[in-house]
Ligand binder design. Structure first.
Ligand code: AMP
Ligand code: FES
Ligand code: ZN
Length: 300
């Protein structure tokens, strides 16, 4: 196998691109895909201050690594969900990465904000753990960005994540979710910061290879509550399709973004208010996070 760029020995074959790369040319290919994502969706201005949400996994640490080298002023944000050893270990990976790259890291505990860690929230809501967890993560990312003066939050969602989310939304025709399925979400209210996903063009396998080649120490285990989650089943289905026909995930997601998404765009933007208690944005009077905090308080 020869590198498409230099003809040297390749370390990785990318079937969907019908190409193989040696180590330096793969790293450059990866960074080029991030640059292209940022350019296409005008995600970040040169040298902008960016809050990078890091979970300790390969995707978000690879993203942080690229953004530092691209010259953005980055700070990491780790949200401690309080999920036993999984949280202890993932936090340690984020701290080690921040120390190695001499980059600032903010650590914020979900339990301090809502009154209980994710395992307790899961019991209180009796809904899939990822629902209260996802809600808390989105809320706390936005809040931390506002408190620390960041105009934008970057997350490590990759092509596999985005294709699986799209698949789930289409399976249930969640037409509310489709306009928001985008690599970049603009700020539609002064208290809502922009959200960007600069890895949306790169597959999970590619981010794993990048993290490995860059010697990034990341947590391999999934969250213990993720077992059996429908998002994982959707990923498995898409993996089978990708095996049979390389490029299937890419075509599904990119085809949607280019051809179908405009059809789902809202004519009128959703009206947003400030939560009567915490001041963050909501479509109602009290935001979903404050309602969840009340529910946790009553039950504990
Ligand atoms: P997930 O929803 O776990 O697939 O994660 C998607 C993205 O959300 C990751 O790539 C991170 O950017 C961010 N994220 C997930 N968990 C955390 C966490 N505990 N703290 C900060 N950011 C996170
Ligand atoms: Fe949120 Fe697993 S990371 S429930
Ligand atoms: Zn609120």
């Amino acid at each position: 196998m020869k590198c498409r760029k230099c003809g040297g020995a390749a370390v990785l074959e990318l079937r969907r691109h019908n190409a193989a790369f040696c180590e330096p040319d793969f790293l450059e290919f990866f960074r080029n895909q991030v640059r292209e994502a940022i350019r296409k969706y005008r995600m970040l201005a040169p040298g902008e201050r960016v809050l990078v949400a890091v979970s300790g996994g390969k995707d978000s640490l690879a993203l942080w690594d690229v953004l530092i080298d691209e010259g953005y002023q980055t700070t990491g944000l780790y949200l401690d969900l309080g999920i036993f050893d999984y949280s202890v270990e993932s936090k340690a990976r984020c701290e080690a990465f921040a120390a190695r790259r001499a980059a600032p890291l903010i650590v914020s505990r979900v339990a301090d904000a809502i009154g209980a860690p994710v395992p307790v929230i899961k019991n209180v809501t009796r809904r899939p753990p990822c629902s209260g967890c996802g809600l808390s993560k989105r809320y706390l990312m936005n809040r931390a960005a506002l408190e620390h003066g960041f105009p934008v939050v970057a997350t490590g969602h990759n092509l596999d994540d985005e294709a699986a989310t799209l698949f789930g939304s289409v399976m249930h025709w969640q037409t509310d979710a489709l306009p928001r399925q985008s690599p970049a979400l603009a700020s539609t209210h002064p208290k809502l910061v922009r959200r960007v996903k600069p890895l949306y063009r790169l597959s999970e396998r590619e981010t794993a290879a990048f993290a490995f080649l860059r010697r990034i120490d990341y947590i391999v285990e999934e969250c213990p509550f993720a077992k059996g989650a429908t998002s994982i089943q959707h990923k498995q289905i898409l993996d089978r399709m990708e095996d049979a026909s390389p490029g299937a995930k890419h075509n599904f997601l990119f085809g949607f973004l280019e051809k179908a998404q405009p059809a789902f765009a809202r004519a009128e933007p959703v009206a947003l208010n400030e939560c009567a208690r915490c001041g963050q944005v909501t479509t109602g009077t009290l935001c979903a996070f404050c309602k969840l905090a009340d529910q946790v308080k009553r039950a504990t």
